[in-house]
Design a protein around this ligand. Structure first.
Ligand SMILES: Cc1cc2nc3c(=O)[nH]c(=O)nc-3n(C[C@H](O)[C@H](O)[C@H](O)COP(=O)(O)O)c2cc1C
Length: 178
């Protein structure tokens, strides 16, 4: 019941095999320095063994435009279909890892697995962030990355949403009025 969450598309690939995508909602930032993230994946997923064996994956943030593909990659298995092909997505080179990124996503986070926690239904991959690629289209005139213009998507209790209205900015509750 801990919602809303990002629903990310995690891309992965074994050498000489087709690239795959799994939608993951059990994900999070777990450390700032060193930068670390986690994803929790059921061992029965086709992607589980790819990530376990290669020790690499890419977290691709999802947008309203990618909502359909995000859902599809979360209900079809790579053991039956080529999700990149079916969803007309483009695998690209991700700095620092051999797993492919998804070109259509505005932010790609290259990850290397450091530890696997066998928690129960899901095994948690704890990973170092080895690279972050951002789409230059969301840079403002001052060269600042404005991620909120990317149309990011959230997942809440079985439904996908765009972002709602802006309510404030970090620290606004204590900031002095000019
Ligand atoms: C919104 C959404 C979130 C999901 N989150 C997770 C998750 O956190 N962990 C997981 O193992 N499966 C999750 N799934 C299910 C997998 O994405 C799904 O079983 C997928 O078909 C597995 O693909 P694969 O067999 O190609 O690896 C989610 C599905 C959806 C639609």
């Amino acid at each position: 019941m801990l919602y809303p969450l990002p629903a990310v598309m995690v891309s992965c690939q074994k050498p000489e095999e087709k690239p795959n995508i799994i939608t993951v909602a059990w994900t999070g930032t777990i450390c700032s320095s060193p930068a670390m993230v986690s994803i929790s994946v059921r061992p029965e997923r086709y992607s589980y063994h790819i990530i376990k064996e290669t020790g690499e994956f890419v977290i691709n943030l999802t947008t309203e435009k990618l909502a359909y593909a995000t859902d599809y990659c979360g209900v079809r298995s790579g053991k039956d279909v080529d999700k990149f092909k079916e969803m007309h997505l483009t695998p690209g080179r991700c700095e620092g890892v051999n797993a492919p990124l998804i070109e259509e996503s505005p932010v790609n986070i290259g990850c290397r697995v450091k530890q696997v926690l066998e928690l129960g239904s899901h095994h948690m991959f704890i990973a170092d962030v080895v690279s972050v690629e951002v789409d230059g289209a969301y840079m403002d005139q001052k060269g600042k990355f404005d991620l909120n213009r990317a149309g990011l998507m959230v997942y809440s209790h079985g439904e996908y949403f765009g972002l709602g209205k802006k309510l404030g900015t970090f620290g606004y509750s204590v900031r002095r009025k000019k």
